[in-house]
Design a protein around this ligand. Structure first.
Ligand code: GLN
Length: 193
C-alpha cells in the first residue's frame, strides 16, 4: 500500500504537488475536510494565494486539526503561499492570520513587481547539482528562530528551511521536473515514523 500524503486542496497548485507525489510512488490525498487528515503521514500546503488559503482554512474549520497533526509529529511542507500560511509572523496589513507552526517572519510579495516571477539555480545544502528554483510573487523570509535550519539561500535570503518536522520553500519545486525537494520531504516522513 503506497504511503498516503495529504495535499491541502482548498486553493492553489495542489494538483501539481499530487502529480509529483504520484511520480514518487506515493498516494496523494486531497484535503478539504478534517476526515481527510486521518490516514496521511505528511501534509503539503501548496502555493497559491495565502490570504485565500487562510480564509478557507478558517471556513473549512481545518486550522486546529492541522495544528493537532503537527503536534502528533506528522511532517508538513509549505511552498510559497504555503510557507506564508505556516509562518509564525507575516508582515502584512491588515494582520493576516496564520498557523504559526514555524518560527519565522515572512514578507509577502517581497521581490517587487518587476521581478515578481523568475527562475534561478540555487544550491542546496548537501547537494552537488544546483536546483532550478521557480519563484512566483514569492515572499522573503526576513527573520528565523534559532532552531530553524537554512538549507538553501537566494541572494542572501533563506529560501528553503526546516524546523523539526516543518519544511518550507519560498519557491515551487512542484513546477519543475526535479523531485529532490519532495524526496527530502519523504525522508522526513520516513524518519518521523
Ligand atoms: N503572493 C502569494 C501570497 O502572498 C504567494 C504566491 C505563490 O504562492 N506563488 O500568498
Amino acid at each position: 500500500m503506497p504511503i498516503q500524503i495529504g495535499v491541502l486542496a482548498l486553493q492553489g497548485d495542489f494538483r501539481e504537488h499530487s502529480e509529483v507525489l504520484r511520480k514518487l510512488g506515493c498516494r496523494p490525498v486531497e484535503i478539504r475536510k478534517k476526515e481527510d487528515l486521518k490516514t496521511i503521514k505528511g501534509l503539503i500546503i501548496p502555493g497559491g494565494e495565502s490570504t485565500t488559503i487562510s480564509k478557507l482554512l478558517k471556513e473549512f474549520k481545518l486550522n486546529q486539526n492541522i495544528i493537532e497533526l503537527h503536534k502528533k509529529g506528522i511532517p508538513i511542507y509549505g511552498t510559497c503561499a504555503g510557507a506564508i500560511v505556516l509562518a509564525k509572523d507575516i508582515h502584512n496589513y491588515p494582520k493576516q492570520p496564520s498557523l504559526g507552526l514555524i518560527n519565522i517572519s515572512i514578507d509577502r510579495n517581497a521581490y517587487g513587481r518587476q521581478i515578481e516571477s523568475f527562475e534561478e539555480n540555487i544550491s542546496i545544502r548537501g547537494e552537488k547539482k544546483p536546483f532550478p528554483a521557480i519563484f512566483i510573487r514569492a515572499p522573503i523570509i526576513k527573520e528565523i528562530g534559532k532552531n530553524v535550519e537554512i538549507l538553501a539561500k537566494q541572494n542572501g535570503n533563506p529560501v528553503l528551511i526546516k524546523e523539526d518536522s516543518i519544511l518550507v520553500s519560498t519557491f515551487h519545486p512542484e513546477l519543475t521536473e526535479d523531485t529532490r525537494i519532495h524526496k527530502m520531504f519523504l525522508e522526513m516522513i520516513k524518519k518521523a515514523k
